[in-house]
Design a protein around this ligand. Structure first.
Ligand SMILES: Cc1cc2nc3c(=O)[nH]c(=O)nc-3n(C[C@H](O)[C@H](O)[C@H](O)COP(=O)(O)OP(=O)(O)OC[C@H]3O[C@@H](n4cnc5c(N)ncnc54)[C@H](O)[C@@H]3O)c2cc1C
Length: 684
């Protein structure tokens, strides 16, 4: 048994106190309103794991850094997790591993730039070691080697973890370092508009609730360079496992003219619902093979999963496999694979029933089938449970054996898995696309970077844990690049671009004749979850795009109503998400029009689809789907807003040169001369 104090330290992670930043002593007047002006060399927007890594490394490199964040410990890094949250790095598996192989695996699903994949591979070790140096309690064996396991899209076993709160612990050690380095943090400061002049970003307009020199909290932040580290757009979806209030800033970046890419590529998987405690149900939560059932409004329970699989053994083994095949993938619906579980849950939820995991009982037998037994599972599942010593009678006992932290965590959030079943769903969990960036995480606008989930660095699939690692590597790269090119604090008076941005922001903050934020939210979230989810009927996308366009146009004509000045930020958030929703649907529509088929997150369902999942007793004709055309892996779909319309186009992937041609004697000079940081953004 692991002592309770150790379990507590890995689940209840207290964060350091962040002191308030100094009140600005400079102001500018716009339309009779006094607006504080803040200045810095490098502005990092967002304080998740990615933003704090960029801030800490940049400060160490001597830059004048300011972090502006909506909430210091909000966002997915601080608030999300799974049974064991994963960091992903190169590992020396028994089968051998190297950075080039890791890079190939990172980009295996297609649509990932080859240079970015290699950068993330080689950067992963330093990213992790840096965190370890700061105090991240990564588990090791007695030789000091990091303990690793296999996660999704990972044949080698490159995943490691500090438990369910790995990313929160990352934020903690990085925040402590930021405090040690004296980096100022504006704690309730939300960027709402980028200031762009001649294609360069000069900072942002923010709603800063701490300075609040005017009723709306509007402030101007002028910066030499700006880093977006604002996370993913969890609020874009109704069925979402993100914590509350994750808006990201992708819509804001699009509005400013930054290019985005791969917006159609994301991840869906099973997790507890946002209205309760949003958490991923991967790993041991399902590897202990709990009972899956549904309940209707009258409380009638159904053992629906038995209608999909041919035997109890097949059903139970596929529930088990959701542990390491967690994200939905269309091809895994075929041949009675593990994504048939997701489809069954989707169908059951659409019938108005709530789906539950029950750890107090074993799965019911499929009709006419053998009863469940840990000894009667497919080889992979049986061997795993036997090796872990987890063949106890009940799922809760198996979970207690393999991962007591998993039980502890739900108990902390008011749910005792040993007593009551857990409602759950298939949710949107991660956006693989985002702001298009080059090999130094530079966006298409000058002096703008993007790191972490807001950056579109992943391809169609990503191994579990690659998101956190990509954010760390991105933060490190930005620091190196900004330090090499300089990020001096601007000293000129706010120019016409800044004043215009402030004027426009003031008008939006005051509110318009448009709908209220809640109405826009409900419309956007329902449209995205119903028409752009993991089961995606091709015929529904164009009408959904048309409706998203109507909404965005109406908001551009009549901005959102604002209930009170304190709620001004909502007007920007939903304006931006309306644009992002349209951009995402435009990307999906272009992909479907080009004959795109099922890959990564989505099954593209169509009557002419050549693939059809099979189920024991359910008619699956409506889920016939189009297979992937592998040619689409070689390009990303980019999208850009020109102020009036969105343009989607295909962009070939960046290749990587012959790495064997890089060696010390030839390239040391280039490094010393600073040439390695000189590459430019290649999408323009
Ligand atoms: C349930 C769940 C489980 C996951 N498990 C894993 C895993 O095991 N391994 C893995 O690699 N990845 C995992 N991910 C994904 C990973 O957690 C995220 O991609 C990652 O944490 C994002 O980090 P970030 O720093 O980019 O953003 P976040 O951590 O979301 O931080 C964003 C920050 O920006 C701030 N912010 C947002 N908008 C603004 C604005 N306009 N102005 C100012 N500040 C703003 C927020 O307050 C926050 O501080 C998981 C995600 C979820 C939802």
């Amino acid at each position: 048994m692991i002592p309770q104090a150790i379990l507590d330290s890995l689940t209840k992670v207290d964060m350091p106190a962040i002191p308030p930043a100094a009140a600005p002593d400079e102001h500018v007047e716009v339309a009779g309103v006094r607006v504080p002006v803040v200045r810095c060399g490098l502005l990092v927007v967002g304080s998740g794991a990615a933003g704090l890594r960029a801030a800490v490394d940049a400060r160490r490199a001597g830059l004048d850094v300011l972090v502006a964040t909506m909430s210091p410990f909000g966002g997915t890094s601080a608030c999300s997790g799974s049974d064991k949250q994963t960091l992903h790095t190169a590992g020396t598996s028994r089968r051998g591993d190297d950075f080039e192989r890791l890079a190939r695996d990172l980009g295996a699903g297609g649509c990932m730039d080859a240079d970015t994949a290699y950068i993330e591979a080689v950067g992963s070790l330093g990213a992790m070691e840096g965190l370890r140096f700061l105090g991240l309690p990564l588990p090791t064996d007695r030789f000091g080697a990091v303990l690793r396991y296999r996660t999704d899209h990972d044949d080698v076993g490159r995943a490691t973890s500090c438990g369910p709160r790995t990313s929160r612990l990352m934020v903690k050690v990085l925040a402590e370092e930021a405090l040690r380095l004296g980096i100022p943090v504006r704690r309730r400061c939300e960027a709402v508009r980028l200031v762009v002049d001649g294609g360069a970003v000069l900072g942002c307009v923010a709603v800063d609730r701490e300075t609040a020199a005017n009723p709306w909290g509007l402030a101007l932040v002028l910066a030499g360079r700006t880093v977006l580290a604002t996370g993913g757009p969890g609020e874009l979806w109704r069925d979402s496992v993100y914590p509350a209030h994750c808006y990201g800033s992708l819509g804001m970046a699009l509005e400013a003219g930054a290019e985005a890419c791969n917006l159609g590529e994301c991840q869906f998987g099973i997790g507890t619902r946002r209205q309760e405690f949003p958490w991923n149900l991967s790993g041991t939560y399902v590897q202990v093979v709990p009972r899956v059932f549904s309940r209707d409004a009258a409380g009638v329970e159904r053992e629906f999963l038995g209608e999909w699989y041919r035997s109890t053994r097949e059903m139970a083994s596929n529930v088990f496999r959701k542990g390491y095949q967690w994200p939905f993938h269309a091809t895994r619906m075929l041949r009675f694979g593990s994504s048939l579980v997701d489809l069954a849950i989707h169908h059951e939820s659409r019938q108005g029933r709530t789906v539950f995991l029950d750890f107090t009982r074993n799965p019911a037998a499929v009709p006419g089938g053998a009863p469940f037994s840990c000894a009667d599972l497919d080889d992979d599942a049986r061997a795993y449970l036997e090796a872990a010593g987890a063949t106890q009678e009940l799922p809760i006992e198996r979970l207690r054996r393999m991962n007591p932290l998993a039980i502890e965590l739900y108990r902390m959030h008011g749910h005792d898995l040993a007593r009551e079943p857990l409602p759950f769903n298939v949710n949107h969990q991660h956006l693989n696309g985002g702001v298009a960036v080059d090999a130094w995480n530079r966006a298409s606008l000058d002096r703008l970077y993007a790191v972490g989930e807001v950056a579109g660095t992943h391809g169609v699939t990503r191994p579990g844990g690659a998101a956190l690692t990509a954010g760390q590597v991105g933060g490190m790269r930005v620091a190196v690049h900004a330090a090499a090119h300089g990020a001096p604090r601007p000293d000129a008076a706010p120019g016409p671009a800044a004043l215009a941005a402030l004027g426009e922001s003031l008008a939006l903050a005051r509110g318009g004749a448009g709908p209220a934020a809640a109405q826009v939210r409900d419309e956007i979230q329902a449209r995205m979850s119903d028409h752009a989810g993991f089961i995606c009927p091709v015929e529904g996308v164009a009408p959904a795009l048309a409706a998203a366009r109507v909404l965005r146009r109406s908001l551009w004509r009549a901005p959102l109503a604002v209930a009170s000045p304190e709620r001004a930020a909502e007007a920007f958030r939903w304006r931006h998400l309306a644009l992002l929703s349209e951009a995402t649907l435009a990307t999906l529509d272009a992909y479907a029009a080009a004959g795109g088929g099922s890959r990564g997150a989505r099954a593209w369902c169509a009557a002419d689809g050549s693939e059809q999942p099979q189920a024991r007793a359910v008619d699956t004709a409506r889920w016939r789907f189009r297979p992937e055309d592998p040619r689409h892996r070689a390009a990303k779909l980019t999208v850009r807003w020109d102020g009036a319309a969105l343009a989607v186009r295909e962009q070939a992937l960046r290749p990587i040169e012959d790495l064997s041609a890089i060696f010390f004697e030839k390239d040391w000079g280039r490094f010393l001369a600073g040439e390695v940081t000189a590459d430019g953004f290649v999408h323009r």
